[in-house]
Each structure stands twice: as C-alpha cells, then as structure tokens.
Design a binder for this molecule. Structure first.
Ligand SMILES: NC(=O)c1ccc[n+]([C@@H]2O[C@H](COP(=O)([O-])OP(=O)(O)OC[C@H]3O[C@@H](n4cnc5c(N)ncnc54)[C@H](OP(=O)(O)O)[C@@H]3O)[C@@H](O)[C@H]2O)c1
Length: 236
C-alpha cells in the first residue's frame, strides 16, 4: 500500500476539507464544489487520477492516498493532518447479491470501507476537528433508510453508518463538531453504470441525479451558519 505525504500548508488561511472517494463520481463533485472556499485533500487509491483532479482545482488541493480497508494506512495518512474543518466520508463499495449468496468475505469487504473506515478515520481526526469546530459529512444512501432486496451488505452498512452518525452527533455536538448525513437517491456514477451492466439493463444517465446536484446539497450543509446543523437530508 502506497501512502503519499498529505498536503500540510499551515500558512493557508482557507479552511481545509478531506473528501474520501474523491477520484470520481459524487466525491469528485463534492471536492470541486468545496474547492473555491476550501483547500481539499482528495481521498482515493490511485494517485494519478487524484492529481489530475487536484490540478483543475483552485487553492491548495492535493491527493490523500490511502486504502480505506487498511486501518494501518489510515493511521499513517492522518499523522500530518494537524488542522481540519470538514471531513466528508463519501467512499463506499457495493457488492450486490441475496443474503443466501453473500459470503462472509463480501460482508467484511463492504463493512471495512463503508463503516469501519469512517469510524476509524473520524476517531483519528477528531482532535483537529474539535479544535476547528469542524463538520463531519457522511454520504449515506436511500439504502440507509429503507430496504430493497439483493443489496443486504450495502444496506446494512448504510444503516449502521446512520447509527454511527447519530451517535457521533450526540457525543460531539457539545464539542462544537457538526454532523450531517446526506441520503442521495440513484446518481449518475460508475457505481450505477456497473449495476446496470450487471443487470443487463440499458443505462440512461438522464434518469439519475447528477453528482453535481448532490455536491450542491453538501455545500449548503457545510455553509449553514455555525449555530445550525443540517442533521439529515434526503435527496430524491
Ligand atoms: N451512485 C449512486 O447512485 C449513489 C446513491 C446513493 C448514495 N451513494 C453513495 O455515494 C457515495 C459515492 O458513490 P459513487 O456512486 O460516487 O461511487 P463510485 O463512483 O463507485 O466511487 C467510489 C469512490 O470510492 C473510492 N473507494 C472505493 N473503495 C475504496 C478503498 N478501499 N479505499 C479508498 N477509496 C475507495 C473510489 O476510489 P478509487 O479510485 O480508489 O477506487 C472512488 O473514488 C457512496 O457512499 C455511495 O454509497 C451513491
């Protein structure tokens, strides 16, 4: 596992955000939406695709490379982050299948990225978040609110992520940390394209939310006045 140094420009007066899963899809759109006002650390595993996005962005944007399924990598990649204003847990994986067909390996892979990494990354970054009276944004899903068949591991991880978010809010709002869960409906990203391909369905992007629309909702939550917390937003 490769970990490149994180961006640590202590002289920048702008707030700093870390967005996981920023190499494409909703995460890349969130990074683009935050970049005019924030220095953005772009999370992902492929340094080249992250660098390509970082080069387009204003401010002090840069890759933050870590495999979220590797707790050791999270510890290494957070040691240099001494200040942080916004942490967006966006990365997730889905491996569709019925409960009858879902092996323990799949449950463990899905939970490692979708839940455990969010818990561990939050724990590691709470000191700078508390110092900056920061904001934790969790990109959840419709699957975190209601159940459909054939995606039990994904839905269970998103239900658990909701419980995590609500506990975090209860514990950290006295410390000035805000917590927001965003539940987008189906959105035009690779995740949906792959699902359509697997199901042999025609893919029509116009039937989905645009990643930029989800990012605009995230930006609104981040921009809310400090005394207002957008706890949960469902996007249809
Ligand atoms: N698309 C939808 O319809 C939809 C609807 C509701 C909610 N959501 C939620 O929105 C979020 C983003 O989804 P998306 O559709 O944009 O997904 P996507 O296009 O599949 O992108 C997933 C991102 O997660 C990163 N990632 C995956 N596994 C990782 C790992 N082990 N370590 C580090 N990074 C990892 C990927 O980075 P790499 O480049 O390293 O692979 C990529 O940047 C997810 O939380 C998803 O559940 C999506």
């Amino acid at each position: 596992m490769t970990t490149v140094p994180t961006v640590t420009n202590v002289t920048s007066p702008r707030p700093r955000a870390l967005v996981t899963g920023a190499s494409r899809g909703i995460g890349a759109a969130i990074a683009r939406a935050l970049a005019p006002t924030h220095d953005v650390l772009l999370g992902g595993r492929d340094v080249r695709s992250l660098e390509a996005i970082a080069h387009e962005l204003p401010g002090d944007a840069g890759p933050w490379v870590a495999d979220l399924a590797d707790p050791g990598a999270l510890a290494r990649a957070t040691t240099d982050i001494d200040r942080l204003d916004v942490l967006v847990h966006n990365a997730a994986v889905t491996e569709p299948g019925t409960i009858a067909d879902t092996s323990l390996d799949v449950w463990q892979r899905v939970f490692a990225v979708n839940l455990f990494s969010a818990a561990e990354l939050t724990r590691l970054l709470l000191p700078p978040l508390r110092r900056g009276r920061g904001h934790v944004v969790l990109i959840n899903a419709g699957s975190g609110l209601r159940i459909t068949s054939h995606r039990g591991a994904y839905a269970a991880s998103k239900y658990a992520l909701r419980a995590f978010a609500e506990t975090l809010q209860a514990e950290e709002s006295p410390n000035g940390v805000r917590v927001t869960s965003i539940h987008p409906g189906p959105t035009d990203t690779e995740l949906q394209r792959r699902a359509a391909e697997r199901a042999g369905r025609e893919y029509r992007p116009e039937q989905f939310l645009r990643p930029e629309s989800v990012a605009a909702v995230v930006l609104n939550a981040v921009r809310a006045p400090a005394d207002a917390t957008v706890s949960r937003t469902v996007i249809d």
